[in-house]
Design a protein around this ligand. Structure first.
Ligand SMILES: Nc1ncnc2c1ncn2[C@@H]1O[C@H](COP(=O)(O)OP(=O)(O)OP(=O)(O)O)[C@@H](O)[C@H]1O
Length: 228
């Protein structure tokens, strides 16, 4: 592999279950993996094993219990995401690392176009330019123009999922973390999403997907890792 963009060493994540006698569980135990630009790694494994928790540790939604997550940042050089300051993490999320969770968090009364463009607004891009890019993405995502000014709150599950993915992709992050990107999509929509992921990969993004879709998405990944 060429020089890794991300390198995880001995990652552990434990949770204390305060509501159940303070018991501790450690779903993420001694995880080591790395990924280079232009690669797509698929993490596969039984439900509840800790796959999503790995993505959340990388994105720092979760603070790792121990281990290191080295990221080769454009802005900050090689940096350990498990120890980086909050301000650094926020800046990386704005410019270098995208995350698509399984569920879209929608603000009421905000249109699909603005929901999609929000990562560009946050970068300081002017609204007209951002919306031009946003409209291109809505087209690419096969969202009907009749829905562009509507709130995604009223959208179908598959439409919400596409807006959610678009938000992760629109700022062209160098590292994309995708949690079940093809779940709950019909075949045609799944192909749209797979094409988007492949395009990001060919533009040099490193992608880590957590997915049960070995036959569909899995066929387009460069590596698969069974997490057990
Ligand atoms: N914030 C949290 N607090 C307590 N326990 C948690 C938390 N997040 C995850 N867990 C627990 O950690 C374990 C792993 O969860 P995780 O969501 O990472 O699994 P997964 O492999 O992604 O599952 P699935 O394939 O079903 O999405 C589960 O037992 C879950 O209940």
């Amino acid at each position: 592999m060429s020089h890794p963009l991300l390198e995880i060493r001995n990652l552990h994540k434990s949770f204390t279950l305060h509501l159940i006698d303070g018991r501790e569980i450690t779903p993420v135990r001694n995880v080591n993996l790395s990924i280079a630009a232009g690669e797509h790694l698929l993490i596969y494994g039984r439900s509840g094993m800790g796959k999503t928790s790995i993505l959340k540790c990388i994105y720092r939604t979760y603070l790792p219990t121990s281990g290191q997550i080295w990221f080769d940042s454009h802005q900050f050089g090689r940096i350990d995401l498990s120890r980086a300051a909050e301000s650094v993490i926020l800046s990386l999320r704005e410019r270098e690392i995208g995350f698509c969770s399984q569920f879209l968090r929608v603000l009421p009364r905000v249109s699909a176009l603005d929901t999609l463009c929000e990562p560009l607004y946050r970068q300081g891009m002017d609204r007209a330019t951002a919306q031009e890019i946003g409209r291109e993405w809505l087209q690419r995502l096969s969202i009907s123009p009749a829905l562009w000014q509507a709130s995604p709150l009223t959208f179908s599950g598959g439409e919400q999922q596409r807006i959610n993915l678009g938000r992760a992709f629109i700022a062209r992050p160098r590292l994309l973390l995708l949690d079940e990107p093809t779940a709950s999509l019909d075949e045609a929509t799944k192909q749209v999403v797979i094409a988007m992921i492949r395009a990001a990969q060919s533009e040099g993004a490193a992608i880590i997907s957590v997915s049960h879709d070995l036959a569909g998405l899995g066929a387009h990944t460069t590596r698969q890792w069974t997490f057990a």
